[in-house]
Design a protein around this ligand. Structure first.
Ligand code: DUC
Ligand code: ZN
Length: 498
């Protein structure tokens, strides 16, 4: 009789394709068998988990995570280290994150930036991790390093910004990055907001003595996002349809432009985040400085916009639902949101409030509890598509026997857990608040399993994994929609053909 390391019986297994009752056997870190429910109840195994008909899904993949980064998004610095961020990730059902290796403007090389990120993450991660290069300075050196990034460093995606003084690239720089990325089969993620319009609106608001956190929303009018999204798509088209992924889309006009480009067959992908599904601009309009807790960019918008973003998730406009976990402590005048509070500005100065929210642990429970996505769609946007987009599929984001790592999240069955109000005290990040305090949650990961090992057992010790168990993942090129095969067929970008 075969012997296994772990068997999970009586689970309702959910993948991006199917929902069906199966037992799962795990050996040597891989899923090795899916069998009819109940058939492995007596299997020879080191550990048996009875899922009691709860959902069993591929572990969450959070593909947009900022950890231990220097100050780049206003004053303040990241509250979570790789240790605390990945601890929070696994308690929220994630088994893989893709974080950023930030190359700042004064740094020439992207390989140096990557080495720095490796040094911070190594032996400090509870879950598996990869890096997107964050390109702040597309110097000739940096661009010349792209082949090595993709071919020997396992980094097949990068992110650039159309905003933030510390990171904003001009259109000619964006084109240089896109072209080099295209030549090396690297997927470019773009933060699409018009930074110049943002600066101008910010000055206008300040001239009118409007400093409170809620004016952050006015300074990030939806037009900033739809204009930059349109420009990013235009730049991609100019370079013979170079694939791009527009991150954290918050508003319907940008979503519509993306949808149009997709319908025209362009390789345009998009991401949204829980803050655009669960928060609105009213959350920034709280008494005193409280609204700063929800300051992120782009900002949460209106209720009608939320509904449009849900629709975009359902209809496939958005390929992934990531957290954009970018945590700053609230009550901290040295590194957190309160760096923007002075005697002159007792409710802060929105210009200086660090942009970003914690959300790595709450992404999956909030989205599942909302019950707005089918179960298969939930898995698709929270795990499987991230694996495909970022070159991890089918090792991650799936449950293929003999192929997929045994990365699983097991939820509580039915009403076993019951509804409860979320509090920050329940979370495992290093942040003194959650923007979702008091929200009703209907389910939570009961077990998180990474390569066959239980690392989160909510009723049996909580975090039971070790911070050195998470491995760096060398990623392949994106397998999403065979984008790079299509690009090869189209041939190289040819300026003479324009
Ligand atoms: N948006 C945020 O809110 N924080 C960090 C980066 C970003 O783009
Ligand atoms: Zn961004």
């Amino acid at each position: 009789m075969d012997s296994y390391d772990l068997v999970i019986i009586n689970g309702l297994c959910v993948t991006a394709a199917d929902v069906a009752p199966y037992d799962i056997a795990v050996k040597d870190e891989k899923i090795v068998l899916l069998a009819p429910s109940g058939s492995l109840a007596k299997a020879n195994t080191k550990r048996l988990i009875d899922a009691e008909e709860g959902y069993v899904m591929p572990g969450g993949i959070d593909s947009h995570v900022h950890l231990q980064e220097p100050s780049m998004f206003g004053k303040g610095s990241c509250a979570d280290s790789f240790e605390s961020g990945t601890r929070s990730a696994i308690a929220g059902g994630n088994t893989t994150i893709v974080a950023f290796a930030p190359q700042q403007k004064h740094v020439d090389s992207v390989l140096t930036a990557l080495a720095d990120a490796h040094a911070l993450a190594k032996d400090n991660c509870y879950c598996d991790y990869g890096f997107h290069l964050l390109v702040g300075n597309p110097s000739p050196t940096a661009l010349s390093e792209f082949p090595r990034l993709a071919q020997s460093e396992g980094v097949t995606s990068l992110k650039i910004y159309m905003t933030y003084v510390a990171l904003q690239l001009r259109d000619n720089e964006i084109l240089s990055v896109l072209l080099a990325a295209r030549q090396n089969h690297i997927l470019t993620m773009i933060h699409a907001e018009n930074g110049d319009v943002l600066s101008w609106l910010t000055d206008q608001l300040e001239a009118a003595k409007l400093f409170a956190p809620k004016y952050h929303v006015n300074s990030h009018a939806p037009m900033l996002e739809s204009e930059a999204t349109n420009r990013a798509i235009a730049l991609s088209s100019l370079l013979a349809n170079t694939p791009i992924l527009l991150v954290h889309i918050s508003e319907p006009a940008a979503a519509l432009r993306i949808r149009q480009a997709q319908t025209a067959g362009q390789p345009i992908f998009a991401e949204t985040c829980p803050q655009y599904l669960f928060l609105t601009r009213d959350d920034l309009d709280k008494p005193g400085f409280e609204g700063a807790k929800c300051v992120c960019a782009p900002p949460p918008r209106d209720r009608a916009d939320q509904l449009a973003i849900w629709t975009g998730l359902k209809n496939g406009t958005f390929t992934v639902l990531s957290s954009d976990h970018c945590p700053f402590r609230f009550d901290d005048a040295e590194t957190g949101k309160k760096t923007s509070v002075t005697q002159e500005h007792p409710v802060g100065r929105f210009r200086h409030i660090p942009n970003g929210l914690p959300g790595i642990e709450t992404r999956l429970p909030l989205a599942l509890s909302a019950r707005k996505l089918t179960l298969t769609k939930f898995v698709e946007v929270s795990s499987t598509n991230a694996a495909k987009l970022y070159g991890l599929y089918p090792r991650k984001g799936s449950m293929i026997p003999g192929v997929s790592d045994a990365d699983l999240v097991v939820w509580y069955p039915g009403k076993k857990l019951g509804e409860f109000a979320l509090t920050n005290g329940m979370l495992h990040h290093d942040v003194d608040y959650t923007p979702y305090e008091g929200r009703t949650i209907g389910n939570w990961p009961r077990y998180t399993i990474l390569r066959g090992k239980v690392i989160w057992d909510r009723d049996g010790g909580g975090i039971i994994g070790e911070k050195s168990f998470g491995k760096f993942l060398e990623r392949e090129k994106s397998s999403m929609n065979e984008i790079w095969e299509t690009i090869e067929e189209e041939g190289p970008f040819n300026v003479e053909a324009l």
